[in-house]
Ligand binder design. Structure first.
Ligand SMILES: [Zn+2]
Length: 400
């Protein structure tokens, strides 16, 4: 279908889940350096971005609230604990077993696994030489510096395949999942973790969710169907409370792959999700102006912001927040990649104990409660204000 909204669009790609030639443009991400357009499959509802370039230019780290966010590559480390806990529930970690780690990044999972499982052997696949080097020379680990699509591995070789926030980057995720199934032994396990489109329905979404690095955007429904179509049996389903991630444990138990058919209810859900995302985001970008005004009134009390990432960038870019009024900008992880954001020098958490601000604003969604606990220890007298409360109050003011 060619619509007036996206002139010149031609359908040349088929859906990775249902194989139908039914992709329709539905949303144009902001500041996409790849020129991506999000499509919905009119047959099964899987959201996917086109064009599917198989190799993205290696851009420098971009800290942004737009689609160009990326290349800081620290997010996977936050998911190591949950993956290891799942392994503990399903595998005897003292036994001798082999693991394929897909998209090893800087090796956070590998290091944790080597520690926890003294006889595990690991094949680590990571195409980005800038981060793969940190996995070089690890014991019991074979490093393969290549995209997973280009790696030919032996059939039935692995007990475990671990894939964390990788599948959404692939050209054809169903084909790669089928290959994970092939390389597993009978009874082998896939541990799969991916971003969750449920976050699009968040009341407080303000950053561009459809970033350039992601070609596929899964709901629990579409990823569950893709796993089942590939022949996997899901033994642990995603936690419905986690709006940010879809975490699965699935088993190769001899069930035959079966083509995924149409799912018109999911198509309808995907369309409504995008519509609510666009509306929420527009309203929240406006509310950021009001958030910035509230923050300005707090500045005389010496204010720190913790979190220099996407939400902070949105606050400055859309809300026109004057970052020079800040006493301190704290970020534990981005410090390794950028030294300054919007004129403020990034400092680590220890900066809080030194400068003792009167107010600490937490610009984080997933880690807000952990950060708040840490702030409470470092500077017990500071008032703590969460981003979600700021945006909620601002919307009430805007509505009044
Ligand atoms: Zn489809």
């Amino acid at each position: 279908m060619v619509t007036g909204l996206f002139p010149g669009h031609h359908m040349t790609d088929t859906c990775s889940l249902c194989n139908r030639d039914a992709l329709e443009p539905i949303y144009k991400p902001e500041k996409s350096t790849r020129g991506l357009t999000v499509h919905v499959c009119g047959s099964c509802g899987l959201l996917q971005s086109l064009p599917r370039a198989d190799r993205m230019e290696r851009l420098p780290a971009a800290v942004s609230g737009g689609a160009d966010w990326g290349n800081v590559r620290y997010g996977k480390g936050f998911r190591t604990r949950i993956a290891l806990d799942a392994l503990r529930r399903n595998v005897d970690l003292t036994s001798d077993f082999s693991v394929l780690d897909v998209g090893s990044n800087r090796g956070s999972f590998i290091r944790a696994l080597l520690d926890a499982a003294p006889h595990a052997n690991i094949s680590a696949v990571e195409p980005d030489e800038r981060v793969a080097s940190s996995c070089a020379g690890l014991p019991r680990t074979q490093l393969i510096e290549e995209r997973i699509e280009n790696v030919a591995l032996e059939t039935g070789r692995f007990d475990i395949v671990h894939s964390c926030h990788t599948i959404e980057h692939l050209i054809d995720p169903a084909r790669t999942l089928a290959d994970h199934h092939r390389v597993l032994k009978a009874g082998g396990l896939l541990i799969l973790d991916a971003p969750n489109t449920a976050l699009l329905a968040s009341d407080d979404i303000v950053e561009e969710w459809f970033i350039d690095k992601h070609l596929y955007h899964f709901s629990e429904r579409t990823l569950t169907r893709m796993l089942e179509a590939t022949g996997f049996t899901i033994i642990e389903h995603p936690d419905f409370k986690d709006r940010s991630n879809l975490f699965y444990v699935a088993c190769k138990d001899g069930r035959k792959p079966a083509a995924a058919g149409s799912d018109l209810q999911e198509v309808e859900y995907a369309r409504e999700l995008i519509a609510s995302y666009v509306a929420n985001r527009a309203r929240n970008m406006l509310a950021l102006t009001s958030v910035a005004a509230e923050l300005l009134s707090l500045a005389p009390r010496r204010m720190a912001i913790w979190g220099a990432g996407r939400l902070f960038d949105s606050l400055v870019t859309y809300g026109k927040f004057d970052a020079s009024t800040l006493t301190l900008l704290v970020d534990k992880h981005l410090q390794a990649h950028v030294s300054q954001r919007h004129g403020c020098t990034l400092v680590g958490p220890e900066g809080l104990a030194d400068s003792k601000p009167g107010v600490v604003i937490i610009m984080s969604r997933d880690f807000a409660s952990e950060i708040a606990a840490e702030v409470g220890k470092l500077t017990p007298n500071a008032e703590i204000i969460l981003y979600s409360d700021l945006i909620y109050r601002a919307r009430l003011r805007d509505a009044a």
